[in-house]
Design a protein around this ligand. Structure first.
Ligand SMILES: [Fe+2]
Ligand SMILES: [Fe+2]
Length: 202
């Protein structure tokens, strides 16, 4: 079985990922997704099926399958919602990010770190993600950084990106005080982690 299918069955994109995305949607926007949006959430990552890698040339096109299904069953707007959830796909095809980008990025805040690390070790995703050097902080391939610590910081960085996009697209009346406060918390925790690792001066 290839890594994309494993990811959908029990890895990073397993079925409960969609539950986490739904919770993150409510947290970011203050309202639950509509039934059509929920259907789009369920479909958004199905294109990982059969993918031999996650972030390479094939994995980057993963929104396409779900978007095509949505185009036929839900309408063009839901297809666009799916296509715009992935920055890599949106940039590759000149599309705008959608309202699904933020919840997808924040979704990992809604699951235990150890549980994510355990599952992605089983699928081989963790090794694949950490073998790629994006110039990210912490350095992906630095073996002195524990997997749990690496993911703790990575998920904060992703959440910040999601929050910033949500604020940009829905402010002034889309986000409440609590979300803005949480953005500050993300900043301070992430900065603290980088100081701890000696990547930035205290
Ligand atoms: Fe995705
Ligand atoms: Fe996703």
């Amino acid at each position: 079985m290839n890594i994309g299918t494993k990811s959908l069955l029990f890895g990073a994109h397993w079925p409960l990922h969609n539950v986490a995305v739904t919770l993150a949607w409510k947290w970011l926007y203050g309202t639950w997704p509509t039934v059509r949006e929920l259907a789009a959430i369920v479909l958004h990552d199905v294109g990982y099926v059969g993918c031999p890698e996650m972030d390479g040339p094939v994995g980057t096109t993963h929104p396409r399958l779900g978007a095509e299904i949505a185009r036929h069953m839900l309408g063009e707007d839901m297809a666009r919602l799916i296509e715009g959830h992935s920055k890599g796909f949106a940039e590759a095809f000149g599309l705008p990010l959608s309202r699904l980008y933020g919840p997808d990025k924040c979704s990992h805040m809604f699951e235990p770190i150890c549980w994510y690390v355990f599952r992605t070790r089983l699928t081989g995703e963790l090794k694949m993600y950490r073998s790629m050097n994006h110039g990210a902080s912490p350095r992906n391939n630095d073996s002195t950084i524990l997997d749990t610590e690496w993911f703790r910081i990575i998920r904060l960085r992703m959440a910040r990106a999601g929050i910033e996009h949500a604020i940009k697209t829905t402010a002034p009346d889309g986000l409440g005080e609590s979300q803005l406060k949480f953005a500050d918390i993300l900043d301070s925790v992430d900065a603290g982690a980088r100081v701890k690792k000696g990547e930035v001066p205290a």
